[in-house]
Write a new protein. Structure first.
Length: 179
């Protein structure tokens, strides 16, 4: 799947964004599907070397939650009003928050957030998708802003899952070697 994946580096259509989100999530779900709850909670090489698969799922949900707020499909909570020095500080804060949750809670949020994001993109008009919004020091189309928020490094816009591909593959290998 990853070998055949073509990165998107321009504002995609809503349909293209949804396809990337679904393709990438199918890959993530496929690689973690056979892990037991215990294996999903073990520390692995992910993140700073202490993240579990559960932590990665929470991380993906956190960034998609932020995208839903940007769309206006979710109201910001008190944590969403916090300002962080950089993305590392944001990730560290939300990692601590997600670690306080059970695996079932994190996995339910991971699934529900992706479902809500795909539905919100699918239901919005093309005019809204291309509407210019404030982003950084300028204005960009909402679809492009969302793509950048969910950037997958070399895999392009909306491919955030794949930005963690190599780490997740290594994590699964480590976990299986321990079992």
């Amino acid at each position: 799947m990853v070998k055949d994946f073509t990165p998107m580096w321009k504002t995609p259509t809503r349909s293209q964004a949804i396809d990337v989100l679904r393709t990438c999530r199918a890959w993530t779900d496929g690689i973690v599907r056979d892990l037991s709850p215990h294996e999903r909670s073990l520390a692995t090489p992910l993140g700073d070397g202490t993240w579990s698969v559960k932590d990665l799922l929470g991380h993906l949900a956190t960034h998609e939650h932020r995208a839903l707020i940007t769309i206006g499909a979710r109201q910001p909570g008190s944590d969403d009003e916090l300002v962080f020095a950089d993305v590392h500080a944001l990730n560290a804060h939300h990692l601590r928050e997600k670690r306080a949750q059970t695996l079932d809670e994190v996995e339910a949020d991971y699934a529900a957030t992706r479902t809500a994001l795909v539905a919100a993109i699918d239901e919005m008009s093309d005019e809204r998708w291309l509407e210019k919004i404030e982003y950084g020091r300028g204005r960009s189309a909402l679809g492009l802003v969302l793509g950048k928020m969910l950037n997958g490094d070399k895999y392009g816009y909306f491919a955030h899952d794949l930005a963690h591909r190599r780490g997740l593959e290594q994590a699964v290998e480590v976990v299986r070697a321990r079992s």
